[in-house]
Design a protein around this ligand. Structure first.
Ligand code: SAM
Length: 261
């Protein structure tokens, strides 16, 4: 049954607050949900990975809830502070830099602690880069293997790719634009002729989706220095490559993405 009441129904000890795991847009601000906006407005505190970026989001929707930082580096100290607030009965929204908190970011450490302390944890779902990339990949989605960030160092990256060589499910990785060419070369050498979907700046003005084998994508990129945020989707071991390389620009099909943030 859909919960249409104004307040979210909570379980557990009512003298404690609730930790809301609030997904936010991965680029385009229009992707915020109505429920996320309401929760961000109603909670006592927003714990944000990047207070500047979340501050912009809150201002855009005229939300004045106080912000506190929670990021890799202060998370051990800060999670005790946030837990104390929750135990006092305050409701807290956890927000990551972008996307779904806890997915390849320090959010999970706070979530783990809240669960151990029997604080109710409520998901407010929305975008995540991994699922957004997978959804347009055209690769099998019934089973997939998400590995988060690939190691920065080539040797470790290659070792990891060797370990994943036999995986039959679609692979999903986060990658930095600075390392993308090196990574594609490693993928080509170790995983071979796989179908790859390189997604960049999803939902933003310069959204780009490049499909092809690693060498075809490297050719397409050429001397271009890619910028922005990248998610790679790669076919699993059994999938045969069938398509030729194709690139989808941001304005393909008459869809204008200039509303993005
Ligand atoms: N928790 C986030 C989520 O659910 O999407 C992911 C956090 S992780 C620290 C950030 C990485 O996600 C980026 O380095 C990039 O690889 C990927 N990413 C984030 N936004 C993206 C976008 N708009 N397009 C493509 N990849 C993106």
């Amino acid at each position: 049954m859909v919960n249409t009441s104004k307040k979210t129904v909570l379980t557990g000890n009512s003298s404690q607050g609730t930790l809301y795991i609030v997904s936010t847009p991965i680029g385009n601000m229009e992707d915020i949900t109505l429920r996320a906006l309401r929760i961000l407005k109603e909670v006592d505190l927003v714990a944000a990975e990047d207070t500047r970026r979340t501050g912009l989001l809150l201002r855009r929707f005229e939300i004045e809830t106080p912000l506190t930082s929670y990021f890799e580096g202060n998370e051990l100290k800060k999670r005790e502070f946030i837990l104390a607030k929750l135990k006092e009965g305050k409701n807290v929204a956890l927000v990551s830099d972008a996307g779904t908190p806890g997915i390849s970011d320090p959010g999970f450490r706070l979530i783990e602690l809240a669960i151990e302390s029997q604080i109710p944890v409520v998901p407010i779902p929305g975008p995540s880069a991994a699922i957004t990339a997978l959804s347009v990949s055209g690769l099998p989605t019934d089973a997939f293997f998400f590995k988060g960030f690939l190691p920065h160092k080539s040797r470790k990256r290659r070792d990891l790719l060797k370990q994943l060589e036999e995986v039959k499910e679609t692979l999903i990785f986060y990658e930095s634009p600075h390392r993308i060419s090196e990574t594609l070369r490693d993928i080509f050498e170790i995983l071979g002729d796989r179908e790859i979907v390189l997604t960049r700046e999803l939902t933003k003005v310069y959204e780009e989706i490049i499909r092809g084998k690693a060498d075809e994508i490297l050719n397409q990129i050429g001397d271009r220095r890619l910028k922005g945020e990248i998610t790679l989707v790669i076919s699993g071991k059994t999938r045969k490559f069938t398509r030729s390389a194709a690139r989808s620009p941001a304005f393909e099909g008459g869809v204008d993405k200039r509303g993005s943030g």
